[in-house]
Design a protein around this ligand. Structure first.
Ligand code: SF4
Ligand code: SF4
Length: 138
């Protein structure tokens, strides 16, 4: 049996394939669990989907390849959220916006702690940060 893995992927769609049911195909044909993290679809200009895929490693690879064959751009997210510690002023404004409790303040020194394992790259924190210390590759 192959390994079960989790992978975050950005799919970009040109207008001519924006109506194709990529997420549905990944679930139905490749038996993958698909979590839509972000979606921005405009029929006239194309779209982007950030998906978290879980399932058999080989099936994930095959599913991604099928999306490529269908004309989608594929970017595998390794470092999807970037936090610039130097820019961060530890104001804490981002903490309450995070749906997964990935952000917290260290009680000893009042510095921000970023738990990347919990982060699902939703981008909410990046929107509220006053100094743009957090950016999302999207
Ligand atoms: S991107 Fe979303 S999940 Fe990740 S730390 Fe920011 S608010 Fe939390
Ligand atoms: S909102 Fe920005 S500056 Fe404030 S703690 Fe979060 S990352 Fe740091």
């Amino acid at each position: 049996m192959n390994a079960m893995i989790k992978r975050k992927v950005i799919f970009t769609f040109p207008p001519e394939i924006v109506e194709k049911p990529i997420s549905h195909t990944l679930m139905r044909d490749y038996d993958l669990w698909v979590n839509i993290l972000r979606a921005k679809i405009e029929p006239s200009s194309g779209g982007k989907l950030v998906l978290e895929l879980r399932g058999d490693e080989d099936m994930i690879e095959q599913g991604i390849e099928s999306a490529r064959q269908a004309g989608a751009g594929v970017t595998l997210l390794e470092h999807d959220v970037l936090w610039d510690k130097e820019l961060c002023v530890d104001c804490g404004a981002c903490i309450s916006t995070c749906p997964t409790q990935a952000l917290s303040l260290d009680r000893d020194n009042f510095k921000l702690i970023f738990d990347f394992e919990k982060c699902v790259a939703c981008g909410t924190c990046a929107e509220v940060c006053p100094v743009k210390a957090i950016t999302i590759e999207f």
